[in-house]
Write a protein that binds this ligand. Sequence first.
Ligand code: DC
Length: 225
Amino acid sequence: MAGDRGLIVAIDGVVGAGKSTVARGVAAALGYRHLDTGAMYRAVALTAGRQGIGPADSGRLQDLLAAIHIDLEPETEGGRIRVDGQDVSDAIRSPEVSRVVGSYADIPALRRALVQQQQALGHLGGIVAEGRDMTSVVFPCADLKIFMVADLGERALRRYREFAAKGVVITLEQVRADIEQRDDEDARRDYGGQRASPSVELDTTGLNIPGVVERIISLARKGGA
Ligand code: DC
């Protein structure tokens, strides 16, 4: 529901469809906050890994979840992500974290904890929340619900270019294989809710990102869908 501070825009979609870039652009254009929920799962996976806590180690994971403080800085202030005060913005994007984060994201207790934090951060509105369960679990009552899809080949190329721009050494084939594996995992995953309707499905294959951002902004300016 729209709060005093604006709409809740929920952006869902497949791996590598461009959710983050689009969400960031929409948030900037509307003057809203951007909630990158994938970054929260990545931050937990990175921290757990660094402390030697595997996804099956539920006791120690519970302790970690109770103690961890994830701080998502607003984009206008730099958009850095900190865990207990330490900047992990780059570390959470590594291919290693990308490979293991799904195993942590499968843990129901972990999901419950993060979903609660996300709802607390967004329920007043004025937010573009992005991630795999935004339209179904976290904000099923969002004012605007978008589901983004794109061809595998194009998603792999976009991700590969992002890695290359950051100097990460990885082949296009490896990026493609990682995305395929994550698609498989996602298809089997139960996010704890049904895909909500109505939501607008946007196929971004062959579209440029500014075009997709424009489309969502115009839907938001009409008050949602
Ligand atoms: O969007 P991303 O690649 O940064 O997401 C990282 C991981 O977290 C990926 O395995 C999907 C998972 N995720 C999730 O389960 N629920 C969310 N709301 C966001 C991300």
